[in-house]
Design a binder for this molecule. Structure first.
Ligand code: GDP
Length: 382
């Protein structure tokens, strides 16, 4: 949390039913954040009954986990993007808080309309994509595909996703950087249900490739496959290796998502992830805690948020006083007396005027641009 180089702020984005929830469970369990893999489902799912009971909207959940990669411990902050098409605006807001988007695509269905929407939202916000092709077990066990057929199908999915990325990338220089490929390690394959995964780097490390997977999947040795090449390791390694940390991301993203004076101290502080700078915090989500009350969660682009600070909230007069600040560990909020520095996803109480989308800051400033809602055709599930 103290070292921006070790932070990754990410979202998992997928067409409905492609496996976002199951994958999230895997990651949290793999990172040791939950004992029981059903627990994440409870944490992350949009709990509609719960919302109705409490009369509030839980529109984006936040969980964090730590993952050791190349001997460094990484803090991975995961913001949930609502899976439903009606939540377009909330998806955009979640994207603003992150630097990387793990796009999940069902190997059988391939890229679907909402895949296109989430890729577009990610790229608009300057968020780097990586691809996880899920439900590969179904190609083997249900569709009984052979190695060549399978490879062709997987390559087609990658090709389709890259076509989306190419078609949407405004800055031509971003294209080489942001299309995904197996060789680069920005594509992983696997089964969130059976908890195994592979990528080019993992194949090198474990010696388990597609021939072994086909053999083990066909012979019902899924547990063994999970033990030898666990999905959470493959995906979290990819996150640590290929998604930019805040120091790398903010200089590129701030000019894209903030319309204030480009040549100002404030811009420099945000681009530099300056923890001694002014506080600039963009709220992505307000949730309700039975004990702490309203919690504003969002991305801290600059400064350090501390208890007792008096902060401006965009669009309102006067200041709000920070009652507590913390980060999420698993799905639990942990308050931190020493405050939370720039680059993190912070959870703040006391910001009574803040709503999702507010800019909260220690100086009056141009707020982050109004959040655009992207509409898309209604999707009928087959
Ligand atoms: P979400 O809507 O994207 O969150 O999707 P879920 O994680 O809820 O998964 C949708 C359905 O697909 C559930 O019935 C899962 O059990 C199933 N599923 C998820 N991942 C896999 C997988 O890798 N293989 C298979 N066969 N089914 C999966």
């Amino acid at each position: 949390m103290e070292d921006p180089e070790q932070i990754r702020n990410i979202a998992i984005a997928a067409h409905v039913d492609h496996g976002k929830t199951t994958l999230t469970d895997n990651l949290l369990a793999g990172a040791g954040m939950i004992a029981d893999e059903g627990e994440a489902t409870r944490l992350m799912m949009d709990t509609e009954e719960d919302e109705q009971e409490r009369g509030i909207t839980i529109d984006a959940a936040n969980v964090s986990m730590t993952h050791e990669y190349e001997e460094d411990n990484h803090l991975i902050n995961l913001i949930d993007t609502p899976g439903h098409v009606d939540f377009g605006g909330d998806v955009t807001r979640a994207m603003r808080a992150v630097d990387g988007a793990l796009v999940v695509v069902d190997a059988v269905e391939g890229a679907m309309p909402q895949t296109e929407t989430v890729v577009r939202q990610a790229l608009r916000e300057g968020v780097k994509p990586a691809l996880f092709i899920n439900k590969v077990d179904r190609l083997i066990s249900e569709l009984q595909e052979g190695p060549q057929e399978m490879q062709q199908r997987l390559m087609d999915v990658i090709g389709d996703v890259n076509e989306l990325i190419r078609g949407m990338t405004e800055n031509r220089d971003d294209i080489d950087d942001w299309t995904v490929s197996v060789e680069d390690g920005t594509v992983a394959f696997g089964s969130a249900l059976y908890k195994w995964g592979v990528s080019a780097p993992s194949m090198q490390r474990t010696g388990i490739g597609f021939p072994e997977i086909i053999e083990m999947e066909r012979n019902d040795k899924r547990m063994e496959l999970h033990e030898q090449t666990p999905l959470s390791d493959v995906v979290l390694d990819m996150v640590a290796e290929h998604f930019p940390n805040p120091l790398a991301a903010q200089p590129r993203r701030i000019p894209r998502v903030w319309r204030g004076e480009a040549d100002s101290d404030l811009a420099r502080q945000m681009e530099g992830v300056d923890d001694d700078g002014e506080v600039v915090f963009m709220v992505t989500d307000i949730s309700m805690d039975p004990h702490a009350g309203e919690i504003a969660t969002g991305r801290l682009f600059s400064g350090t948020i501390k208890q007792g600070q008096e902060l401006y909230v965009s669009g309102t007069v006067g200041k709000n006083r920070v009652q507590s600040v913390g980060i999420f560990m698993g799905g639990e909020r942990e308050e931190l007396d020493r405050g939370v520095p720039a680059g993190n996803i912070a959870a703040v109480t006391g910001l009574r005027d803040a709503i999702a989308g507010s800019t909260v800051s220690s100086v009056e400033m141009t707020p982050f641009e109004s959040i655009e809602h992207i509409s898309e055709p209604v999707i009928t599930k087959s």
